[in-house]
Ligand binder design. Structure first.
Ligand SMILES: [Zn+2]
Length: 88
């Protein structure tokens, strides 16, 4: 399923943002849709879960591949991680 409009995050209902991918060759799309809402439950719970399970300070944001509609977590190590890749 190809996605052409920014989707709504299924976890927090915020509009997801376009994010440029570091290495285009590795993906079938030059960008991904990512939820950058810091109050998103998926992201908020990620910190607790990763700390509890793996004792690491990291989390992940909800990501959708626009060419396939495939949803996967985008690992982030800080609140500002990946934000410089947002395409306006
Ligand atoms: Zn969200």
């Amino acid at each position: 399923m190809k996605i052409t409009e920014p989707p709504i995050c299924s976890h927090c209902s915020e509009l997801m943002k376009k994010m440029e991918m570091p290495n285009e060759a590795a993906y079938d799309s030059p960008f991904m849709y990512v939820c950058f809402n810091d109050d998103c439950p998926y992201y908020v719970k990620g910190w607790e879960w990763m700390l509890e399970k793996y004792n690491v300070k990291t989390s992940y944001r909800h990501r959708i591949n626009p060419s396939t509609g495939f949803e996967s977590p985008l690992p982030v190590w800080s609140k500002d991680a990946m934000r410089d890749r947002i395409i306006k």
